[in-house]
Design a protein around this ligand. Structure first.
Ligand code: 13P
Length: 253
């Protein structure tokens, strides 16, 4: 079934790059990835760079995403950004990244609201899930993943599930240089797909599952070759055009 899923490499720039720096990186990526087929590539710069990056991406197949959004369309939510505001720029929105859960109080319930709102607006969420080191060491990983998947996808209809990408990001692997082994990542991603299958049947085969956490040009190929790993959500290495390009090329089937 894997061949029916186009590999998807997304760069989560986190809180990095001014608008001017973002344009420079995007021009480098555009040139390096020009003409590459068979892999979907997206960049997710900070909000403040979206208006500059959007026109810079013209003529390229690189997609644009955001890193977060508020679930309400407008209102008295100081400092927040809504889906109608982002829809001018992006096709993709990362939801529920572990840094949002850890530092900004996001919960399975708030993540679910955001996923529903993003889908209702016709956009594509990248839903992030993953266990802490403590949960991993306690053997709770699969319970945590099952809970996160079930809560985040509550009320998501079958007709919309293929627009969801799930990013499995073990928290202990993020920014540590210590990626999950390809076999472990495959085991978790297969488990996640099994959870999807129990809810959505064979539509589970249409959902792309990315691995994230210390992905580099050196480990990307082995990870993405695994049957249930359909790409990567890349942090640090997405800030360097040569590294991100090499990761995207490693995803070519
Ligand atoms: P690193 O690739 O820097 O480990 O970050 C992963 C991540 O959090 C992507 O969302």
């Amino acid at each position: 079934m894997k061949q029916t899923r186009i590999p998807f490499i997304a760069g989560n720039w986190k809180m990095n790059k001014t608008a001017a720096e973002a344009i420079t990186l995007v021009y480098e990526l555009k040139a390096a990835l020009a003409g590459m087929e068979g892999v979907e590539v997206a960049v997710c710069p900070p909000f403040t760079a979206l208006a500059a990056v959007k026109p810079a991406l013209a003529g390229s197949s690189i997609k644009l995403g955001a890193q977060n959004v508020h679930a309400e369309p407008k209102g008295a939510y100081t400092g927040e950004v809504s889906i109608p505001m982002l829809k001018d720029f992006v096709d993709i929105i990362i939801i529920g990244h572990s840094e949002r859960r850890q530092y900004f109080g996001e919960t399975d319930q708030s993540v679910n609201k955001k996923v529903l709102a993003v889908l209702a607006a016709g956009l594509e969420p990248i839903l992030c899930i993953g266990e802490t080191l403590q949960q991993n060491e306690a053997g709770e990983t699969k319970n945590v993943l099952a809970r996160q998947v079930s809560a985040a996808l509550s009320d998501v209809p079958a007709a919309e599930i293929s627009r969801v990408t799930i990013a499995y990001e073990p928290i202990w692997a993020i920014g540590t240089g210590r990626a999950a082994t390809a076999d472990d990542a495959q085991d978790r991603c297969a488990y996640i797909r099994g959870q999807l299958r129990s809810k959505y049947g064979d539509l589970a085969d249409q959902v792309r599952i990315q691995y994230g956490g210390s992905v580099t040009p050196a480990n990307a190929g082995e990870l993405i070759a695994k049957p249930d790993i359909d790409g990567a959500l890349v942090g640090g290495a997405s800030l360097k055009s040569a590294d991100f390009t090499a990761i995207a090329k490693a995803a070519k089937p």
